[in-house]
Design a protein around this ligand. Structure first.
Ligand code: SF4
Length: 199
């Protein structure tokens, strides 16, 4: 079939909706019109876009999380789609299979979303509040630092180190948060610092 249409017809046909009438403007028949009318609305058209970082590995690829539901209106927000962030200089929109499957990670029933605590002698972890967790961690860190901090070596050299504590940081932070983490940890004298993100 030799179909000819003007520039005006083409622009009309590629305009909003891609509906049957537009396809008809191209001069196609009923099958194409039916196909166009059966097309579903673009699933991301009303989604909220939120930028984030893949939590899986040290590459720290940028992601865009698409969600529906407005919590300010009392609705339940739910992430329903994830894509690589094309504006992120690390991955330029790409994601490896792990990152591309992050939606399952987010909705996994086994995902830990609250701090967990195993009491001394217990064989199971139980959920606790963030206040409890932070106070417990701070208390234990203080006790350990008071007991093990080394101000000087036997030769009298000032070292100010805390050799019995280690700190592992994550990848899903900004450069600025990483800088603050480093300063806080080194300021306490912690020597063993490692970070998932090596970018
Ligand atoms: S998408 Fe893949 S490569 Fe990128 S941070 Fe996630 S796990 Fe690492």
């Amino acid at each position: 079939m030799n179909v000819q249409f003007s520039r005006r017809q083409f622009l009309k046909g590629t305009g909003a909706g891609v509906a049957g009438s537009a396809i008809g403007a191209f001069g196609f028949g009923g099958a194409e019109v039916a196909l166009a009318q059966a097309a579903q609305a673009f699933k991301l058209s009303k989604a909220t876009e939120t930028r984030n970082t893949c939590p899986y590995c040290s590459v720290s690829c940028g992601m865009i999380l698409y969600s529906r539901g407005d919590v300010k209106k009392g609705e339940k927000a739910e992430i329903f789609h994830i894509e690589g962030d094309v504006d992120n200089p690390v991955n330029r929109g790409t994601l490896c299979p792990k990152g591309a499957g992050a939606l399952d990670f987010i909705h996994s029933k086994q995902r830990v979303t609250r701090p967990m605590h195993r009491k001394p002698g217990s064989d199971k972890f139980e959920p606790v509040t963030w206040d409890f967790a932070m106070e417990r961690i701070a208390k234990l860190m203080k006790e350990d630092r008071d007991a093990n901090f080394v101000e000087k070596t036997r030769d009298g050299v000032t070292v100010n180190r805390w050799p019995t504590m280690g700190f592992l940081a994550g990848c899903a932070t900004s450069n600025e948060a990483g800088w603050l983490t480093w300063k806080a940890v080194r300021g306490l004298g912690i020597v063993a610092v490692d970070n998932q993100a090596r970018i």
